[in-house]
Design a protein around this ligand. Sequence first.
Ligand SMILES: [Ca+2]
Ligand SMILES: [Ca+2]
Length: 217
Amino acid sequence: MKPAEKTSAAALAAVVIAVAGGFPQASRAQTLMDAANGDVFDFTWGDVTATNNGTSITLTEAPSLSFGGAGEGLGELTVDAASSSIEVIYKALPGNTAATFTLTLQDTDPNTSGVEDYFYAFDIASGTPVDNGFVSLAVPLLDHFAVAPAFEQNAGDEVPNFGLTGFSIQLGTPGEGLALELRSVSIVPVPEPGGLALLGLAGAAAILHRPRAGRRP
Ligand SMILES: [Ca+2]
Ligand SMILES: [Ca+2]
């Protein structure tokens, strides 16, 4: 390899490593609620209680009720739905009888004067262990199971173009008793597609270098 080629290959490798190393991903990660910072929900409805014990938020809901939840308002955050997931770090308490909880993300749509909720299903048993019984579960923002106008709001454009102005956690199935400890709620990058695309780019660059080397006298 000629010195110039070495330099350009090294520069390309540096770019690939810098991008694959995740700083664009890290720049998109945003913590929406962190119990260790004293955060607790802005409001609850139904027979729900939400209390912060210093390291986590205990969220409990009476099993006799068919509705209820806890919500948090946010400043308007721009979030790219295609490359982001919503992650919750939580622990099911011994009294929990719910199999799922539903998380909603609120999207404001100035173009329609509407506000809409995107609904995400969290299967409580499917989280990945973190520590001390807590698990992490992240659902891609494009994997919502429903979208609907937010409570008493006009219809939005049904496009997940956040404008994220709030979120809530509520029962997944009416009549189940939700009892969770929550540590944090965050927007995190969807990792795989970006990483694979960069590996493909690096591979293509390596292949493009080969014929040029072969033509040398
Ligand atoms: Ca919007
Ligand atoms: Ca929208």
